[in-house]
Design a protein. Structure first.
Length: 133
């Protein structure tokens, strides 16, 4: 993915917005004009609003995989956004969500971390689609 493609990828923008919010929770999140503005806004706002529910699922299902102190923030944010999509955006197939976040990972994390992200998303997709609360 070229830098320009990455900057237009809606899920890259989602992760950037979540990261900005994580660093400064008081700042207003703005959503510039984009072909997928509604999708981006839905995922960002939905992930933030349902953070506790998503965190509970992560604590329950991924406690052996994610170390609160060692797992990079970017990876955690990608996992949280993906969980939101698994749980609340049923029109998008699980495989598509996983594939898209692996593309996003190219932009934010080292190649060696993509395997970890893939395994986590595969694992959590099996329970989060079923466990829709």
């Amino acid at each position: 993915m070229s830098r320009n493609e990455a900057l237009q990828n809606p899920r890259v923008i989602v992760v950037q917005k979540l990261y900005g919010h994580q660093l400064n929770k008081e700042s207003e999140i703005t959503f510039p004009k984009h072909r997928y503005k509604k999708f981006i806004k839905d995922v960002v706002v939905g992930t933030i609003e349902r953070k506790e529910l998503i965190q509970d699922l992560m604590d329950k299902e991924l406690k052996d995989n994610i170390n609160e102190n060692k797992t990079e923030l970017m990876i955690k944010l990608m996992i949280m956004a993906a969980i939101y999509e698994f749980m609340f955006m049923h029109k998008t197939p699980v495989k598509v969500v996983i594939s898209e976040y692996l593309k996003v990972a190219d932009f934010f994390v080292q190649e060696s971390q993509k395997g970890f992200l893939n395994a986590i998303l595969e694992k959590v997709s099996k329970v989060s689609r079923v466990t829709n609360i």
